[in-house]
Design a protein around this ligand. Structure first.
Ligand code: SAJ
Length: 451
């Protein structure tokens, strides 16, 4: 490989970049490369998506992104295409940002990344670099992706081309804001390749860029930080179930434990959603099984988190029973569909699981989520206002901790109701001491407050 040549292209901003996958991760990545002055090609299989992007339109709800899209198009720094061949032939660096989901049997599906790797391999030229940002297992790049590229190109890793992992660390809803803040991890197929890509990422982000020894190590870093989070959330969910039975308020406990300098607070809830945490554990488990090791903690944590929608259902049933009502036929107002606060994203949202369980119990569901006002989300109609969704409700269930829900006037709601209001707060956003006396309240890990 001509390392000097590639380094010069990077330093002189003459490097041409192709990004494969222009979704929630690929589009911000492509735009930030272009914004840094690198001629960039955004590639996707979805013709409508590419057409919209060419017309400066994006479905991705990331603050600041539409403005950058418009800017780099106007500056003629980016183009969008479905033509993989054109992109591979007209780039020095190719970045893979395609989905790597887990199927219903919890098996990671890497077909999208394998497909891109094969297309790249067939047209690969000497001195090209492939960077993978998609979430994969620690061994995927070295044992799957590099062999696919070598076999389809008859070129040799590190002699002819380089591969690098720079796992995405995006926080949906804050990608642009975090771009220069969240450190990036780079692991190259050789030290030279790694050093080169560190230099490249320094040119597109002011955040710390950390080189590790291999692509697999970089992917292990990403999975470790996410699974650490999933396990700690599961621990707090377990504490919540236990403390509720002991009559202890878990929110008060977390507040107390947080006074200890090395306690890292995590919070119980209705379950763990999003494109990352629910899937990442299964990448590690896949690799572990191949070396005859079955992880314990990682698997049990997933089971605990996946059981939380059922825990919330028990809370709803108990709270309704206290007002001598059953779920069947009751009107349940669900507040929040998104998998986490203050974003518009229902990927693997626990709220959808709770709604499915409520449907199975033949409850009448009225949904309010300010991010989905008046929309139909996966077959679920969302109201046009909070007031509309509260009409004649028997029970209010908070499933997402959107900021809009913190200052709902519960006193006014109670006054307007001709019946006792039941509030099931799966995100523990309300302070029990501030609640009107005549509201039946329960949270996750908080004993039911009767009237
Ligand atoms: N959750 C809890 N309790 C907690 C924290 C989160 O129940 O204490 C739930 C959330 O409600 C959500 C799920 O877990 O349903 C995931 O929460 P998250 O904040 O991890 O949400 P993500 O998936 O958007 O997190 C992403 C991740 N980024 C990547 O995987 C690249 C995660 O690693 C980051 O920590 C997070 O962004 C962030 O805050 O940056």
């Amino acid at each position: 490989m001509d390392i000097a040549k590639i380094n010069n292209l990077i330093e002189n901003h003459e490097l041409k970049v192709a990004v494969f996958g222009t979704g929630r991760i690929g589009l911000p990545t492509a735009l930030m490369y272009a914004k840094a002055g690198y001629k960039t090609i955004g590639v996707d299989i979805n013709e409508n998506l590419i057409r919209d992007l060419r017309n400066k339109k994006t479905f991705i709800d990331e603050p600041g992104l539409p403005e950058i899209l418009s800017e780099v198009i106007d500056r003629n720094l980016i183009e969008f295409t479905i033509d993989f061949e054109y992109a591979i032939k007209n780039s020095n660096v190719m970045i893979i940002c395609v989905p790597t989901p887990v199927n219903q049997n919890k098996i990671p599906i890497f077909t999208a990344i394998e497909d891109v790797a094969k297309k790249i391999g067939i047209l690969l030229r000497k001195d090209q670099i492939v960077i993978n940002e998609s979430s994969v297992s620690p061994t995927t790049i070295e044992t799957l992706i590099i062999p696919i590229i070598e076999q389809n190109s008859n070129l040799k890793i590190n002699d002819d081309f380089g591969v690098c992992s720079c796992p995405e660390r995006a926080d949906p809803g804050n990608i642009v804001d975090n771009w220069d803040k969240v450190a990036r991890i780079v692991g190259g197929s050789s030290d030279d390749v790694g050093k080169m890509i560190v230099k490249l990422y320094h040119n597109i982000s002011k955040a710390e860029i950390v080189q590790v020894s291999t692509p697999g190590t970089a992917n292990a870093v990403k999975l470790t930080e996410n699974i650490f989070r999933d396990v700690n959330i599961a621990l707090m969910n377990e504490f919540a179930v236990l403390y509720e039975k002991l009559g202890i308020d878990v929110k008060e406990v977390i507040r107390g434990s947080s006074t200890k300098y090395n306690f890292q607070p995590h919070y119980p809830g209705p379950g763990v959603g999003g494109p990352c945490l629910p899937a990442n554990s299964y990448y590690i488990i896949k690799d572990a099984i191949n070396v005859d090791y079955i992880p314990f903690m990682i698997r049990v944590a997933r089971e605990i988190n996946d059981r939380m929608p059922a825990v919330v259902m028990e809370l709803i049933q108990n709270a309704l029973n206290f007002t001598h009502k059953s779920l069947k036929g009751s009107i349940i107002t669900v507040l929040g569909l998104s998998y986490k606060a203050n974003i518009k994203d229902v990927q693997i949202s626990p709220a959808l699981k709770v709604i499915q369980l409520l449907n199975e119990k033949q409850a009448n569901i009225q949904i309010w989520d300010p991010y989905y006002k008046g929309e139909n989300v996966l077959g679920y109609p969302v109201g046009n206002s909070l007031e509309e969704s509260l009409q004649n409700t028997d029970c209010i269930v908070v499933l997402t901790d959107h900021k809009e829900f913190y200052d709902i006037d519960l006193k006014k709601i109670q006054k307007n109701m001709q019946k006792t209001v039941v509030l099931v707060d799966s995100r523990n956003i309300y302070e029990i001491s501030n609640l009107p006396q005549n509201i039946v309240y329960c949270g996750v890990g908080r004993k039911i407050r009767k009237i």
